[in-house]
Design a binder for this molecule. Structure first.
Ligand code: NI
Length: 170
């Protein structure tokens, strides 16, 4: 297993809609394992494949978030099939390091997809995990969390982010 490089929000791969996965092969299994390792290394709750440069509809999420155990799941071609109630909370993204904003999301969602064995899976999640699911699915559609904000707010965060990147390179 290896730690992958996380693409930042300036990378065009994060703006493209990811392709539907047609067959689950050995490469995808390895990618998933590496994504899980990378997610934990970066202390994230979820990761979308395009964040590591792979434009495919695959996410990993730590279902153990908020407990003392890691419980990573891999979902291939995930879709949100039901959602209810909304809630505003602070959100960040491994592709936009150190930038956070209050974002409104559904409080509960149901998501479906398949696992690495091609078996149908269904998850019902609430609160922060529901937020993570919505956030990662947005990634697969080429969307970033700050797209939910007004242009004025987004531009402020973008400037902050660009300044941060410059400092990191200096
Ligand atoms: Ni993200």
């Amino acid at each position: 297993m290896s730690i992958l490089t996380i693409r930042n929000c300036l990378d065009p791969v994060l703006r493209r809609k990811c392709g539907v996965i047609q067959n689950i092969d050995e490469r995808l299994v390895t990618l998933s394992a590496d994504m899980i390792e990378t997610m934990y290394e970066c202390v994230g709750v979820g990761l979308a494949a395009n964040q590591v440069g792979e434009s495919s509809q695959l996410i990993v999420v730590d279902m153990g978030f908020g407990t003392d155990k890691h419980d990573p799941v891999v979902i291939v071609n995930p879709v949100i099939t039901a959602s209810e109630d909304e809630e505003i909370d602070q959100e960040g993204c491994l592709s936009i390091p150190d930038i956070f904003a209050d974002i409104s999301r559904f409080k509960r969602v149901e998501a479906k997809g398949v696992d690495l064995n091609g078996k149908d899976v269904r998850y019902e999640v609430a609160d922060y995990l529901a937020r993570a699911f919505q956030h990662e699915l947005d990634h697969l559609n080429g969307k970033l969390f700050w797209d939910m904000l007004s242009k004025v707010k987004r531009d402020i965060l973008k400037r902050k982010f660009k300044k941060k990147i410059k400092e990191m390179k200096a």
